[in-house]
Design a protein around this ligand. Structure first.
Ligand code: 5GP
Length: 190
């Protein structure tokens, strides 16, 4: 995706610990034109997968997730990172280690919103070790639903997540793939 790639080149900032900061268009300020394009792109890539739900994790997955759900004309569910008082009874819970916060989070989804027979498209902003994507996939499995695919805005291909997910048999579509962040520079994989 040319628009996204140019944003990464022009606005991405490489931080310590192989973290790419993209808070001018994805993680803090959000670019709605780009989000709309991202929604279209994921919809094109997963056309024919008969998706019935989009699932993401708060907060940065919500914007690409909602634009994809809008294009697919299905609901978006975002997993919550904290158990809310209104989510006490019927919830699916999984644990994911957060790459950027370096702590484990419980993530929760209400049982009301996912059911056996659902075909779920998982969307997230970044893929590093795959912790978030695997935790979301386990929630889909708990619900007796199917993972129809995983859509990632920025894949850091030099970290293990992409290989682990594809080895597990998941269909992974990443809009940009980064081969490395050495010397403060973004190297693209393709
Ligand atoms: P994983 O769960 O695959 O190890 O890491 C993905 C999650 O960590 C994403 O949900 C994202 O929030 C965060 N993350 C991982 N790497 C980066 C990064 O380089 N930049 C930013 N902004 N977030 C990242």
């Amino acid at each position: 995706m040319e628009l996204l790639r140019n944003k990464v080149i022009n606005e991405g900032i490489v931080l310590e610990g192989n973290v790419l900061k993209v808070d001018s268009f994805l993680n803090h300020q959000m670019d709605p034109v780009l989000m709309k394009e991202i929604g279209r792109e994921f919809t094109n890539r997963f056309a024919g997968e008969q998706i019935t739900r989009v699932l993401t994790i708060e907060s940065s997955g919500i914007a690409p997730g909602i634009m994809t759900a809008l294009e697919l004309n299905v609901p978006l569910i975002f997993a919550r990172k904290q158990k809310s008082l209104t989510l006490t009874e019927d919830i699916y819970v999984e644990t994911a280690y957060s790459y950027t916060k370096q702590q484990s989070n419980d993530i929760t989804v209400s049982k009301k919103f996912m059911h056996p027979g659902d075909r779920v498209l998982i969307i997230d902003d970044f893929l590093a070790n795959g912790e978030a994507a695997f935790a979301l996939a386990r929630i889909v499995q708990q619900a007796g639903a199917q993972v129809a695919g995983i859509g990632i805005v920025i894949e850091k291909s030099f970290q293990p997540g992409a290989k682990l997910l594809t080895d597990e048999g998941y269909r992974l579509e990443s809009l940009v793939r980064i081969a490395g962040l050495a010397d403060g520079q973004v190297q693209f994989a393709d």
